[in-house]
Write a protein that binds this ligand. Sequence first.
Ligand SMILES: Cc1cc2nc3c(=O)[nH]c(=O)nc-3n(C[C@H](O)[C@H](O)[C@H](O)COP(=O)(O)OP(=O)(O)OC[C@H]3O[C@@H](n4cnc5c(N)ncnc54)[C@H](O)[C@@H]3O)c2cc1C
Length: 465
Amino acid sequence: MEKIAIIGTGLSAMSTIEALKSYKKFQISVFETGSKNNIKFLKEKKTLFPNKSFKYASKIFETEKKKFKKLYKIQENKFFLSSVGGLGGLSNYWGGGVQIPNDDYYEKYKIPNKMQDYKKEILSILNLNKKNISLLNVIRKNPLYKKLNTINDKQISIEDLNISLDEKNIKKTFTTGKYFIDLHKKKKIKLYLSHSVKNIVQIKDKYELEIEKKDKNILLKDFDIVISCAGLIGSSYLVGKFHNEFNKKFVFYNNDIYQLCFFNKNLKTYKFNKFNKFQFPHPLKKIKVKYKNFLSEGSILPMSFLNNKILGFSKNNVIYNYFKKFLIVGNFFIDSKLSENYLKINEKGEVTVKFKKKKNSQQIIKKFKNIVNNTFKKNKFFSIPYLNFKNYQIGSDSHYTSSLYFYKKKNKKILDSNCKVLDSRNFFVFDSSSIPPGMFYPTFLTMLNAFFNTKKIIKKYEKNK
Ligand SMILES: Cc1cc2nc3c(=O)[nH]c(=O)nc-3n(C[C@H](O)[C@H](O)[C@H](O)COP(=O)(O)OP(=O)(O)OC[C@H]3O[C@@H](n4cnc5c(N)ncnc54)[C@H](O)[C@@H]3O)c2cc1C
């Protein structure tokens, strides 16, 4: 029986394990730096709009981030790092808006057809089943949503956004920590909590993991396969150390993010009544804006569809309940080509994460802002000063990708087409560091990539037996 080590318990690790289900011959160990503590997060009150960053103002987020920064000795330089550790990873902090890549994207990055064959499996993991899709269609028929369809123009399009609709939202599908605990209880995997992998060493055909467990360092040996699903920072760190790539730039992609907030006096006339039971925090409409060869995207929804709780207001807040009837809100992600971020690791294992503005980016962002505001104005949606196009801190979008996808060591790609690390026998990376850039919501592709490449590993083992 082959021993396989998986690092992390986020959505990419979950997708990997789902793909492994069909093959019983691996003994699976999952290592996670977090503990059960953050399961408490579920009981915490969530608010969506804190001051400076686009983050849930959650105490758990802050605590886990502190621990994460300590684990990797991270310095943020003009950058708000929104990667955190913790059981379940980032899945604890969002409600499940999944963008399924369109055909152009698959074509542009030559995503193999064989990978696309697994879309159905990922939709099923995400709970985007037929029942949910028909529910989405019912909600979309609400006149409040229909009103948004009118805002289509040459440079702007408003489209449906397919999202996973978990009725008990947030709690079930996207808190993957519970999924791992259940598998551990059923003895399908061995879950090692509070185990931080600090280094991966290949000795002949096997791997040793150097692990920090509380204040002790331990060594676990004899793994045949290692799969890193530790998130972009974690995987770049582990691959960088594996290859001694110190003081080199691991460039990654993320989006500068803005809040949208428009007023339309007619929105109030649309009654909410029978749709009340669907009140939930998911946007159903996507906004796409093109300018030259740049593309920015976001999502919008009538504010009446947002639970007061998620915004930190009480159910009975009269002033808020009145004003929200007139508003549509959303977020807007600027093309990732316009920001430049990288992380670097030094010999002491310290990490710096840095943001640098790209030349002309401000001018292009201004163009995007004008296109959006003018088109909305034409349709009688008026920009609310201060709230509309309020900029969040760079890095707070949490959608970092591709740090290892392009990375080359002495002209050789550090990952091959199976996401296997250069010069390794069986060390793979399946999180967002190994997917191509250009996704505004990278989770679907990250999961698809993890699922597809895990199936390839299984095929290889089946062939050899
Ligand atoms: C507020 C918010 C909203 C979002 N909205 C969307 C959205 O609408 N659509 C979308 O597609 N995406 C969204 N995302 C992004 C999405 O959450 C991530 O893409 C996805 O969860 C990443 O999953 P992952 O498994 O690759 O990484 P992570 O969730 O980061 O998991 C990494 C795991 O590895 C563990 N780990 C790290 N280092 C080590 C180590 N050395 N040893 C052991 N364990 C380690 C961590 O504790 C964690 O469990 C959002 C994120 C946030 C925070």
